[in-house]
Design a protein around this ligand. Structure first.
Ligand code: GCB
Length: 878
């Protein structure tokens, strides 16, 4: 290994930041001792890394929450012996202890803020080795305790080596790198004032006379103003220098349309030789803002509705160890959507995210991960305070940040529900913690707002005083998803306006799950269809936009994210993203573009729905299905295979046509003003009569008890909703759709179906089915029946957000039935629960010879309890 910085001599003496991401070795180690156990198998890897990336891909719930060791050699040039050396970690989940040559150099608690570890005193400059012990084990004193996301363990953000002179900007003030804090106490269009506070540390044994210089530089690189201060830094001490640029005239203002950034270059110059000992550069944006309870948000004196998204930091197949370029792309995707706000939720993220917000003109809030519950311990409080302080100091200089937040849905599932007296004590602790964090925040940074995000239980938060403490109340509202109707949303907003008339508010969350594989022409709550999510978002956006007192709203979520305890159609994933886990846009992303973009926008929704199916109408040659086009223009025209289907007016930014799809390729083209968009769809026309020679029957995949389509991109199969039997066609006789646990409002079941990754095939069901008929012509067929027992099952780890989270309370009834095909026994005394287990995919395939024009008739006979069928497939062989 070549030594690091062999050329770092005294003639070039400033601080240096060098990536240490490469050449690490890693091993899991359950013993969590002071040093790695002997005999471990070490794996070579580079940072960012999480040990849970593969863990979460399998279908079994749970992931490794334990200890892992990382180690790496460090070959530092001997010329660095008189320098200060630090290791800078930007995020390690969730507890870390750093060792150098076997000796502890420092510890850090909390997985989402950075930390800097001084290591100079422990180095030998020959064969140094760094070891880092990391654990993501549950610790009741560290937030988050529970939450709807996966707590991936590891050194999952970048690691740097920092080398400085003994006299340097203090890089270790709550992990704040570079130890410079800038504020703009006065900004207007005419003039601005900047204050720069620098912490300067002298790690040497002698006092040093220095000059601290600050230069304000504009985008052209011109120096606009300079400030100098001469100081003596006593040996072993850190002192603070405060400088001001008083009269910056006509500053370029920072805004979403024009995110003009200045830079401040801060230098420490030794008076002995006039050499620069340290130099750092920080972004500076001139803007002023306020939140008004009546009129909403104002930036630089102008009203600005904040519309954007929250973001989690993980990515498909990578967990939270995501390369920089993909992280930055998220902020770009938000900008391209027309968003002007990012809720960095539920924890501080990679520092590059806020740099991107500064650069792209996106306002932001950042919060610590105090989610759902707290622990009433001094250590928990202390850790929260530490996180809040680290978050603020590490991100202080970003012009994009306007809010610091510190709690999310803290009353979602209050502890001690059975003991009201004890619960009152718990609530008191929550309020005290909120007050402590709020005061700390206002003291650390009087220039920004504080916020708590609550769920929709207005009275609970209000009653215990949580709506009073922060400067802004955030509401996470899911009317028409977890509760009530979509229309209740607007009423909730009005209630806030009436009852908390002087409290600025943001809708910090709203959203509906949309599985990109699921479509519906009769979308309903919980069906996970993209169509329901579109309707949901239209209503919410309309309600938000028309109320000036709503400062803004952040959809939950920019992209789908991992949540291991979640079940639903895509188990372990929260599907409320506008983008998929791999950042493919869903239709709802296009809807936001139509609402938010100013330049002409036109997009055929269902851009990803390239394979459709449907039953031909009685005219036999086509099937008519709606197609949506999203646009910010008033009208648009749609063409099918070159023929106009007419002009339509956009309602809530969507135009809809009934499109007569023909079998095979269908070319759609939308046009409005000078914009066009095209889409090629392959349509599989199902015959109206199965014996119809015009469109011969070859294959059909049917979801029972469902009104949704499920498109499997891997197998290229499209599953369609069932229908009652009609002579000449196919369909069920008898029964009704499964209504979910204890008949509660639900769409099928949300439980994770085991032994399959095609959960939607099994999550709906026809209960009490008597017969299923296919009036197919004579021939050879392959028939496959799919079953899963949806009722009952052992209690699993339940998550507040799982729609079906009560299933442990279900009454389990026995269910035994037989299935006959054309009068012959096919399945005898089938007992799904006893033979295969609950919520387990069961597939029964056979061949059927059809003769004498009899078609196929499946008869279900109850032996004990009620027969069910979840899905079926029929394919003609010849
Ligand atoms: C919430 C939580 C968020 C969840 C979201 C959901 O209210 O704040 O962490 O992920 O709901 O999708 O249920």
């Amino acid at each position: 290994m070549a030594s690091i910085l062999s050329g770092f001599s005294n003639s070039y003496a400033q601080s240096k930041l060098i990536s240490l991401n490469e050449q690490w070795k890693f091993s899991k180690d359950q013993t969590s001792a002071e040093k790695p156990s002997s005999g471990l198998n070490w794996q070579n890897l580079s940072i960012p890394h999480t040990w849970n990336a593969e863990d979460v891909i399998d279908d079994t719930p749970g992931y490794y929450r334990g200890t892992g060791w990382y180690k790496r050699k460090l070959k530092l040039d001997v010329s660095l012996k008189n320098k200060e050396v630090f290791l800078v970690f930007y995020g390690v989940n969730q507890e870390a202890e750093v060792y150098v040559n076997g000796k502890s150099a420092g510890k850090h608690i909390g997985g989402y803020t950075g930390f800097t570890v001084p290591v100079s005193r422990l180095l030998n400059h020959q064969d140094d080795e760094i070891q880092v012990r990391v654990t993501n084990q549950f610790n009741e004193d560290i937030a988050p305790l529970t939450a709807d996301f996966t707590f991936f363990g590891g050194i999952y953000r970048n690691v740097d080596l920092l080398i400085t002179e003994p006299v340097h900007f203090a890089r270790n003030d709550h992990g704040s790198n570079p130890g410079i804090y800038m504020t703009t106490p006065e900004v207007s269009e005419g003039k601005a004032r900047v204050q720069v506070k620098s912490l300067i540390e002298n790690a040497s044994a002698a006092a040093e006379k220095v000059q601290v210089q600050n230069e304000l530089i504009d985008q052209q690189g011109l120096v606009i103003a300079t400030a100098f201060t001469d100081l003596v830094i006593p040996a072993g001490q850190t002192i603070t220098a405060v400088q001001e640029f008083k009269n910056i005239s006509s500053p370029h203002l920072w805004s979403p349309e024009n995110p003009y950034l200045y830079r401040i270059i801060s230098k420490i110059i030794t008076r002995k030789t006039n050499r620069t000992l340290d130099q750092v550069s920080s972004p500076l944006g001139f803007r002023w803002f306020r939140f008004d309870a009546e009129k909403g948000f104002f930036l630089n004196g102008q009203p600005l509705k904040l519309i954007g998204a929250s973001r989690h930091q993980d990515y498909m197949g990578m967990g939270n160890a995501v390369p920089d370029v993909l992280q930055l792309r998220d902020v770009e995707l938000l900008k391209k959507m027309g968003g002007n706000f990012l809720r960095v939720a539920h924890y501080p993220q990679d520092p590059q995210i806020l740099e991107a917000c500064d650069r792209l003109g996106i306002l932001a809030s950042v919060e610590i991960p105090v989610v759902n519950t707290i622990t009433e311990s001094a250590a928990f409080t202390q850790n929260c305070k530490q996180m809040q302080q680290e978050m603020i100091r590490q991100n202080f200089n970003h012009p994009s940040v306007v809010i610091w937040a510190y709690m999310n849905e803290i009353l979602l599932r209050p502890k001690f529900a059975d003991d009201k007296i004890r619960q009152a004590v718990y609530f008191k602790h929550i309020v005290e913690l909120a007050q402590t964090l709020d005061s700390l925040t206002r003291k650390e940074d009087p220039s920004r707002y504080t916020m708590i995000a609550n769920h929709g239980a207005f009275d609970s938060y209000h009653k215990i005083g949580l709506t009073k403490i922060p400067m802004i109340v955030g509401w996470n509202l899911y009317s028409g998803w977890y509760s009530g109707n979509i229309a209740d949303f607007g009423q909730f907003l009005d209630r806030h306006h009436q009852e908390l008339a002087d409290k600025p508010m943001l809708v910090t969350e709203y959203g509906a799950d949309a599985d990109p594989r699921i479509r519906s022409f009769s979308p309903v709550r919980f069906d996970k269809s993209l169509e329901y999510a579109i309707r949901f978002n239209q209503v919410y956006l309309n309600d938000i936009i028309k109320r000036p007192f709503v400062s803004g709203a952040m959809v939950w979520n920019l992209a789908d994210f991992n949540s291991e305890t979640r079940e639903e159609t895509m188990p372990h994933i929260n599907n409320k993203g506008l983008l998929t886990l791999g950042r493919e846009p869903k239709d709802s992303y296009f809807l936001y573009q139509a609402y938010l973009l100013h330049k002409p926008f036109l997009k055929i929704a269902s851009a990803a729905w390239k394979n459709r199916t449907g039953i031909a109408g009685s005219a036999r040659l086509f099937a008519t299905q709606p197609v949506q086009v999203m646009t910010n223009m008033k009208t648009a025209e749609l063409f099918l295979n070159g023929k106009s289907l007419g002009m339509k007016e956009a309602v809530d930014h969507v135009c809809v046509w009934q499109v007569p799809f023909v079998n095979g390729l269908n070319k759609l083209r939308a046009a409005a003003e000078n914009s066009t968009d095209e889409l090629e769809t392959d349509f599989k026309l199902q015959p109206f009569n199965l014996t119809d020679g015009l469109v011969p029957f070859d294959e059909v995949n049917i979801l029972m008890g469902a009104k949704r389509f499920y498109i499997n991109e891997t197998t290229h199969q499209i599953w369609m909703p069932d229908q009652p039997y009609r002579k000449g066609g196919w369909g069920y006789i008898g029964g009704e759709a499964y209504k979910g646990t204890n008949n509660r409002m639900s769409y099928g079941s949300d439980k994770n179906i085991l032994d399959t990754d095609q959960d939607p095939v099994y999550q709906t069901q026809q209960v009490g089915i008597k017969q299923f008929r296919f009036d197919v012509p004579d021939g050879e067929y392959e028939l496959c029946l799919h079953f899963a027992e949806l009722t009952g099952g052992a209690a699993k780890e339940s998550l507040a957000y799982n729609l079906d989270n009560n299933h442990q309370k279900e009454e389990v009834k026995q269910r035994i039935f037989s299935v006959y095909i054309n009068g012959e026994t096919f399945l005898e005394n089938l007992n799904l629960a006893a033979d295969y287990g609950y919520t387990t995919a069961v597939k029964k395939k056979t061949r059927v010879t059809v003769s004498g024009g009899k078609g196929i008739s499946l008869d279900f006979k109850a032996i004990n309890g009620i027969p069910v069928l979840n899905a079926l497939q029929l394919r003609k062989i010849y």
